[in-house]
Write a protein of this length. Structure first.
Length: 309
């Protein structure tokens, strides 16, 4: 499914995004070629999977207020707020952590507010049940007729939008790998790939919930399983927005080797995982492995270890 023509004309995303091979001896000595799918270059305000996941949702909203969810450093909230500013529709961000309402806004939330997003803080217990009818009815009573988009933007429309990512990689690689928060990008990526290709998801959160989430998204978007995909859940490094000295050293080294600023919450874990898997012999000699670069390090990493995307 292509992006909506109206949004394409207004936002002018750079699609297909560039696919660039980098030489890295850690891959080359195993006969593996590493390619970077630079989705971070799609749009300055809606980079990577944010554009792909939001485009059909925004078309469905048809100019109505969009209400969505995220943590204090949510890239999804920032992208939604930016889209509202660029396209001229109101946005509401339901933010996890009512204690944040009485603190100065961090740079991420300040950017959302500057882009016109109305921030509504809820306690963490309420946030955990944000998909319940009781919570949603309460939000609708406060904000009226709104288009509700789930946390991370992952729903059936998002998965359908992300099939374009798979189609852009058709014939270009053997394995297409992406870091996962809520599963929508992986669900669509796998569906868009050609027979013989496979998608690999690297969860950045702990909990083991992503497999069922991707299966559910594919049922809702495509009527059932679609494409060949798998998850490797060993590389969360303690959970969302958490790191270790080993991961930080790896990311800094990758930046030095290739001149690519490495976003720490998602991309660093993905690249670390692919390097480790290559060392383990997970990819056959001659394999082309594409890493989807979903964002840039434009916000301070690891500020809140409990933050949710």
């Amino acid at each position: 499914m292509n992006s909506p023509p109206r949004l394409d004309a207004l936002l002018r995303p750079r699609v297909p995004s560039p696919l660039r091979e980098v030489h890295d001896e850690r891959f080359a000595r195993h006969g593996v070629r590493l390619l970077l799918k630079r989705d971070d270059l799609i749009h300055p305000d809606l980079p990577g999977n944010k554009w792909r996941k939001l485009a059909l949702n925004l078309e469905a909203a048809a100019g109505r207020t969009v209400l969505t969810f995220g943590g204090a450093y949510s890239n999804h909230l920032r992208a939604t707020a930016a889209a509202g500013r660029l396209l001229g529709f109101p946005t509401v961000g339901v933010v996890r952590g009512d204690e944040l309402a009485h603190r100065p806004l961090n740079p991420s939330l300040a950017r959302c507010a500057a882009d016109g997003m109305r921030l509504h803080f809820v306690d963490r217990t309420t946030y955990r049940t944000k998909a319940s009818s009781e919570v949603l009815e309460g939000l609708l009573s406060l904000f009226g007729d709104v288009e509700v988009i789930p946390e991370g933007g992952s729903n059936a429309l998002a998965a359908q939008g992300c099939t374009a990512l798979g189609r852009e990689l058709a014939g270009e690689c053997d394995v297409a790998a992406v870091a996962c928060g809520t599963g929508g990008t992986l669900a669509g990526l796998a569906a868009g790939l050609s027979p013989g290709q496979r998608a690999l998801g690297v969860p950045v959160l702990r909990g083991g919930f992503l497999g069922p989430a991707v299966e559910r998204l594919q049922r809702e978007a495509f009527g059932g399983p679609s494409g060949n995909w798998s998850l490797d859940e060993r590389f969360a490094f303690g959970g969302y927005a958490r790191s270790t000295p080993e991961l930080e050293a790896f990311a800094a080294d990758f930046e030095d080797r290739h001149g690519l600023p490495v976003e720490r919450v998602y991309v660093a874990k993905l690249l670390f995982a692919l390097t480790a898997l290559t060392e383990e012999g997970a990819f056959a000699p001659g394999s082309r492995v594409s890493a989807v670069i979903t964002g840039t390090p434009d916000t301070p990493p690891f500020q809140d270890s409990s933050v949710s995307r």
